[in-house]
Design a binder for this molecule. Structure first.
Ligand code: NDP
Ligand code: OXD
Length: 348
C-alpha cells in the first residue's frame, strides 16, 4: 500500500477537503471515533477480491474521507457515496444520506435490477481508459484469431497436418460491432485501423472514421446481413435482452462468428447452440453468460465451436478507474454537472 497521503492513482485528495475536521483512520483503515465524521464512501461488491483490491486504493486516495467496505458498513446515515458492483438488493435504499451511486462497471444492469433503487439519486457508470483499452485488446485478439483461422491450425498441429488454408485479407472480412458507445466505438475504430471492413450499429446515428454506421431498427437487418464476425457491445436493457436469437443469427451469412463481450442475457442460449450445431454460426467466443459462473452442466463448456473466458474481457482497474469517482465527487461538491450519468429511462 502507498504511504498515507500519497495517491496510487496520481490524484491528490486535497481539492475536496471537507469543511469540517476530517476523520482519521487506524492502521486497518477504519475510521477512528471522537472526530467529526468525514464524508463517507461505501464500497460494496459481491466479489471479495474486488474489496481486497479496491479498498486500499480508495483509502489512500480518499484519505480525508471515511471509506467503508461492505458488509461492515457502520452507521448508515454517514454514507454519502457508494461504489458498487452487483450490490445486495435493498442495500442502497437503506442509506438515507446517499448522494451518488458509482458503478464499478460500465454496465449498470445489475444495479438497475434492484427494484428498491432510489430513483432520485444519480447513478454513474464506469468510463475509464483501462476498461476501454482492455476491451479493445480482447476484441482485436479474438477477431484476429477467427480471421487467421488459429483454431483450425491448432487442430491441424494436433494431427501433425501441414496444410495451408486459403486466407483472406482483413479488408475482405466484414466485421460488425453492435453498440457504438465508449467501448464499441473504440473497438470498431481499432479494427478499422487493422483494415477490416467494419460496420457498427447503434440506437442513434453515428459517424466514426473508417466505420460504416447503421442505426435503429431500419439499419439492423442490413447490418446483420453483411456481418461475418459479430461483436456485441450493447448494454443490457429491456430493448436488447435476447436480441441475439434464432432470427437475428439467421440473418447473418452462413459460417459467421459471434463474439459476445457484453452480457449473457443478450443471447438466447438455445438458439445460439442450435445455430452452432447446425454450422450456420461457425463459432462463438463468449465472455459473459446469463448465469455466472456458468453452471457445470451447461453445453457451452464442452461445445467444440465455443471459446469461453470467465467475464474478463475487460477489467476495471482501481488505480485508474478511481479518477472518474474522484472527478465526480469534486463536481458534485463544486455544484458542477456530473459525468457519465445513466439515463434511467434508456437503462444505460
Ligand atoms: P455505452 O453506453 O457507452 O454504449 C452503448 C451503445 O449501445 C451505444 O452506442 C448505444 O446507442 C447502443 N445501444 C443501446 N441500446 C441500443 C438499442 N436498443 N439498439 C441499438 N443500439 C443500442 O456502453 P459501453 O460501451 O461503455 O459498454 C457497453 C457494454 O459492455 C456494457 O453495458 C457492459 O454490459 C459491457 N461490458 C462488458 C465487459 C466485460 O468484461 N465483458 C466490460 C465492460 C463492459 P447510442 O449511442 O445511440 O445511445
Ligand atoms: C462491466 C463489466 O460492465 O465488467 O464493466 O462487465
Amino acid at each position: 500500500m502507498a504511504k498515507k497521503g500519497t495517491v496510487t492513482s496520481g490524484f491528490s485528495a486535497t481539492p475536496w477537503t471537507h469543511s469540517g475536521e476530517p476523520g482519521t483512520h487506524d492502521r486497518t483503515g477504519h475510521e477512528q471515533r471522537g472526530h467529526r465524521k468525514p464524508m463517507t464512501l461505501l464500497f460494496a461488491s459481491s466479489d471479495s477480491e474486488d474489496t481486497e483490491t479496491w479498498v486500499p486504493v480508495l483509502r489512500d486516495t480518499l484519505s480525508d474521507r471515511g471509506v467503508r467496505a461492505y458488509p461492515d458498513i457502520g452507521p448508515e446515515e454517514d454514507i454519502e457515496y457508494a461504489l458498487v458492483w452487483k450490490p445486495e438488493p435493498g442495500l442502497l435504499a437503506r442509506l438515507p444520506n446517499l448522494k451518488v451511486i458509482f458503478s464499478m462497471g460500465a454496465g449498470v444492469d445489475a444495479v438497475l435490477k434492484d427494484e428498491t433503487l432510489p430513483s432520485h439519486i444519480p447513478l454513474i457508470r464506469m468510463v475509464d481508459d483501462s476498461l476501454t483499452e482492455g476491451m479493445t485488446e480482447y476484441v482485436v485478439l479474438h477477431t484476429l484469431r477467427i480471421h487467421r483461422q488459429a483454431e483450425a491450425y491448432r487442430q491441424q498441429q494436433a494431427q501433425q497436418l501441414w496444410n495451408p488454408l486459403p486466407e483472406r485479407l482483413g479488408r475482405e472480412r466484414p466485421v460488425g460491432v453492435m453498440g457504438l458507445g465508449v467501448l464499441g466505438s473504440d473497438a470498431a475504430a481499432m479494427l478499422s485501423r487493422l483494415r477490416f471492413d467494419v460496420a457498427g450499429w447503434s440506437r442513434s446515428p453515428k459517424t466514426i472514421e473508417g466505420v460504416t454506421c447503421f442505426d435503429g431498427d431500419d439499419g439492423f437487418d442490413t447490418f446483420l446481413r453483411r456481418t461475418e464476425i459479430l461483436i456485441n457491445l450493447l448494454p443490457l436493457t429491456p430493448a436488447t435482452t435476447g436480441l441475439i436469437n434464432a432470427e437475428t443469427l439467421g440473418k447473418m451469412p452462413r459460417g459467421a462468428h459471434l463474439i459476445n463481450v457484453a452480457r449473457g442475457l443478450h443471447v438466447v442460449d438455445e438458439d445460439l447452440l442450435a445455430a452452432l450445431d447446425d454450422g450456420h454460426i461457425a463459432s462463438a467466443t463468449l465472455d459473459v453468460f446469463g448465469t455466472e459462473p456458468l453452471p457445470a452442466d451447461h453445453r457451452y463448456w464442452s461445445h467444440p465451436s465455443v471459446t469461453m473466458t470467465p467475464h474478463v474481457a475487460s477489467v476495471t482497474h482501481a488505480r485508474t478507474a478511481i479518477k472518474t469517482v474522484i472527478e465526480n465527487i469534486r463536481r458534485l461538491e463544486a455544484g458542477e454537472p456530473l459525468q457519465n450519468v445513466v439515463d434511467r429511462n434508456r437503462g444505460y
